[in-house]
Design a protein around this ligand. Structure first.
Ligand code: DC
Length: 234
């Protein structure tokens, strides 16, 4: 690899392995990895803890009023070789992966003011480049000038199965049907929300990993990065 640093934006459907690929790619390149979904999850956890979600719906105005009191940061965890998410200084890495958060995060992430606040933090994190960030709007809104944009997808069945296995391995009790329903529900909300809906940037390359191993997709992404950083005019 050369010393030139780029921004890699990884977007796509939920549970298609964006974070696995992004983490491995960042480690390989010596870049920072940021999981932008963790930030929306942390805001959701805050809202749940502070009674700002009632009957499954966020109280939009109250949550907006609370935004200045919500600090989201990341701290590198050497044991896991990745960053933990901190909410107002507290490590919430495990709590934000619980189904209760997954089930409430989409309507929170659909609030324009929440997105504006998160995008500001995300843009700051990438100002020196050398970053791989995954999410839904990274190539379209957060870094529209990212040198490499990857749009990942896989079939809903395969994504639900992967998510189910991942949660089971972590000791979180769930059923496959519950997960499958959650995957479909989140796709629908992510793609149809008014602010920054999930869509492929025109200049993104598509990676359908339904039938790829994690190593195959990593090699695919490294090749894409190499094509960019070895270009004469880069
Ligand atoms: O990637 P994830 O499943 O952890 O994301 C959690 C939720 O946050 C999901 O409903 C989509 C939303 N999200 C978003 O709207 N924009 C991002 N950049 C990242 C995630």
């Amino acid at each position: 690899m050369t010393g030139k640093k780029i921004i890699v934006a990884v977007d796509g459907h939920s549970s298609c392995g964006k974070s696995t690929l992004s983490q491995q790619l960042a480690a390989k390149l010596g870049y920072t990895y940021i999981d932008s979904g963790a930030m929306y999850r942390a805001v959701t956890l805050y809202a749940l803890k502070n009674g700002l979600i009632l009957s499954g719906k966020p109280d939009k105005n109250k949550l907006i009023a609370h935004l200045p009191s919500i600090s989201i940061t990341f701290r590198y965890n050497p044991a896991e070789q990745k960053s933990d998410t901190l909410l107002n200084g507290e490590n919430v890495e495990k709590a934000i992966r619980e189904p209760i958060v997954s089930n409430h995060v989409s309507p929170v992430a659909a609030i324009k003011e929440v997105r504006n606040a998160m995008v500001k933090i995300q843009q700051k994190l990438g100002r020196n480049k050398g970053i791989v960030m995954d999410g839904r709007d990274i190539g379209t809104v957060v870094y529209p000038h990212a040198e490499l944009k990857i749009f990942m997808t896989a079939s809903p069945d395969i994504r639900a199965r992967r998510r189910y296995d991942e949660l089971k391995n972590k000791g979180i009790e769930v059923t496959y049907d519950e997960i499958r329903q959650n995957v479909e529900q989140r796709d629908h909300i992510d793609q149809n929300r008014e602010t920054s809906p999930l869509k492929k940037a025109d200049d993104a390359v598509v990676l359908d990993n339904s039938h790829m191993t994690p190593d195959e997709q990593l090699q695919w992404a490294i090749k894409k990065v190499n094509e960019i950083i070895t270009k004469d005019d880069y």
